[in-house]
Design a protein around this ligand. Sequence first.
Ligand code: UDP
Ligand code: MG
Length: 337
Amino acid sequence: MQLISAPKQLFQKRSLIKNITLSILVPIYNESEMLTTFHHEVCKVAASLPDENIELLYVNDGSTDDSWSLLESLKSDIVNIERINLSRNFGKEAAMTAGLDLVKGESVILLDADLQDPPSLIPQMLAKWREGFDVVNMKRTERLGESRFKTASAHIYYRLLAALSDVPIEKDVGDFRLLSRRVIDHIKKLPERNRYMKGIMAWPGFKQTNLEFERPERVAGETKWSFLQLVKLGLSGITSFSVKPLKIATWLGASISMGAFLYSVFVMFKTLILGDPVAGYPSMMIVQLWLGGVQLIAIGVLGEYVGRIFVESKGRPVYLVMDSHSTKAKHQEADHG
Ligand code: UDP
Ligand code: MG
């Protein structure tokens, strides 16, 4: 299936560019409905960038539909296509980690396969990179086609994360962004198993800029995240990039103890000096239950961190690759053969 054909001059120009200048990284999980349209869109944008040598890397994250066989059948005159097939579904964070480990470009752009991250913005992102920025964050001004609840909870979450995190994490920026080679190389050295990519990609710092865009609806198929998975990812973000919840537990404990001490002085005064008998089963129960709740939450917070230490200490790989497959763009085939 030859999706896009390019003029001869384009092949000649591209074959003069030796290095891959841009890698486009796309995690795929059960996207067979979307893949052909997505691929076509990306190739169209690539055709409008004659000065770039582009690699398109698809990471199949253990899809259970026919996404992998579809990926193997994709062709392009314009871009080199690389595909890797993970041995099972490891999750989007692991799929992006695998992709960043393998991309060869001097820059990388991470894209979702559902066209919610519009490929048409690639030229603008590249222009920023050419200006000298290492990270181009794509900030969502609107989220079209998402429920009010999801939009509102995302809004609150991004602010909470920014307030708690020890690393400056840009608000309303998803995984859609451009990273320069030096940032990719630093990210590759981070050994952690808890891969909260929005934090990991923000961690190196370097020269950052933001571009704003309206996030469109999914073109086809359904979101792969359940509400519970989003909550888990959210918690993972906070616990991977902040120890503030532990400090909050300490401060809460200290202030409650202080309050309890002052209250006990007041009760002693009332009983011994004013001769007022201590009454109040209901108030005692409320205090006990409330304190029990606070204690359990604090233990739960501690447990979150201990669980993370447990995962890190096992040192298992973040992903496993089962197959890979690459197809050179036509101009490169001509060069080599
Ligand atoms: N994805 C993945 N592994 C997963 C879940 C999702 O690689 O376990 C990919 C998915 O195929 C898509 C991208 O991550 O390319 C974003 O997924 P989705 O559109 O479901 O997320 P949303 O836009 O709803 O946050
Ligand atoms: Mg999506």
